[in-house]
Design a protein around this ligand. Structure first.
Ligand SMILES: NC(=O)c1ccc[n+]([C@@H]2O[C@H](COP(=O)([O-])OP(=O)(O)OC[C@H]3O[C@@H](n4cnc5c(N)ncnc54)[C@H](O)[C@@H]3O)[C@@H](O)[C@H]2O)c1
Length: 301
């Protein structure tokens, strides 16, 4: 029988701070397939996340098909805006949400993983994070700092993670990020340079797949997901409308479930996908293939 078997594999999912987003769903699917999973959590969200876990508030969503709860091997603090601790400004390093966490940079994360698990200890790295402080502003009104922050946190962070974490990967290792079709088609309301950041992420996926494939033998892919009312997406302000619009206009009309992205991610990171790298996989109920909106237009049947 052909199954997704990740037994013996170790995964790191960067960008989990609750159970509502793609990162959590991917972590769960990877665990369902047998992988051990650690997560990287943004320091401002770390305490709330730990509290939710400790107080059992996420127990329902943590339940695996075996009946056991999804457990994380480690929960690492991670601010993907910084490659090294020295890059973080003083006011961040001394901020009450950061100062007790130790080295929260991408380099710090890498050293912690190495010291916890050893030199060749990782098989799967998921990049499921993004931040665009001016996402509600049209591109025409986006400031240079807002634009560059969106690019830095949402796109360059993948470059930094691949360059630092790929040397810790075992043969057949796989990186996967999350993108959105605003990179290639106009989505009014998805502003602040976030569409530019996703375009960079997709282009970098190809180049990183080539460079890291040749150098380390790892794969790099990205999933272009349909809209989901996650915490991050709610910040856009029009996410409910986006979900509704996609359901009304996609080939498959049920709203996208995070688990569907989780399961596709588990496949892409498994040995079954050993021939797939440098690519964008759409998990969006087929919305990307449409050329005409049905909303108010001719019906499908
Ligand atoms: N929700 C959607 O509609 C949608 C659609 C397509 C793609 N995506 C992408 O999926 C990925 C996951 O987002 P999500 O929608 O599941 O929301 P989410 O809120 O579950 O995940 C985003 C995570 O990024 C973290 N984060 C923000 N800034 C960070 C930083 N500087 N360092 C480290 N972590 C940081 C947040 O704490 C959060 O945990 C993102 O790349 C997003 O752009 C989302």
């Amino acid at each position: 029988m052909l199954t997704i078997d990740l037994a013996g594999k170790r995964a790191l999912v960067a960008g989990v701070a609750d159970d509502a987003g793609f990162g959590f769903a991917i972590a769960k699917s990877l665990a369902e397939a047998g992988a051990r999973v650690s997560v990287g959590t943004w320091p401002p969200a770390l305490n709330i996340f730990m509290n939710l876990m400790e107080r059992g508030k996420m127990n329902e969503s943590r339940k695996l098909s075996s009946g056991q709860l999804l457990e994380f091997e480690k929960i690492y603090p991670l601010d993907a805006a910084y490659d090294t601790l020295g890059d973080a400004p003083e006011d961040i390093r001394t901020n009450k949400r950061y100062k007790e966490t130790g080295d929260f940079s991408i380099e710090g994360l890498t050293r912690r993983v190495e010291s916890d698990f050893g030199a060749q200890s990782l098989d799967i790295v998921i990049h499921s994070l993004a931040n665009g402080p001016e996402v509600k502003k049209p591109l025409l009104e986006t400031t240079r700092p807002g634009y560059l922050t969106a690019l830095s946190v949402s796109a360059y962070s993948l470059v930094s993670m691949v360059s630092r974490l790929a040397p810790l990967m075992r043969k057949g290792g796989s990186f996967l990020s999350l993108t959105y079709m605003a990179s290639e088609r106009v989505i009014p309301g998805y502003g602040g340079g976030m569409s530019s950041a996703k375009a960079a992420l997709e282009s970098d996926t190809r180049t990183l797949a080539f460079e890291a494939g040749r150098r380390y033998g790892v794969r790099v892919n990205t999933i272009s997901a349909g809209p989901l009312a996650s915490r991050a997406a709610s910040a856009i302000g029009i996410i409910e409308k986006m979900v509704e619009y996609c359901a009304a206009n996609s080939p498959l009309q049920d709203p996208l479930q995070a688990e569907e992205v989780g399961n596709a991610a588990a496949f892409l990171c498994s040995p079954l996908a050993s021939g797939i790298t440098g690519t964008i996989v759409y998990v969006d109920k087929g919305y990307h293939s449409m050329g005409m909106a049905l909303d108010g237009g001719p019906s499908a049947s």
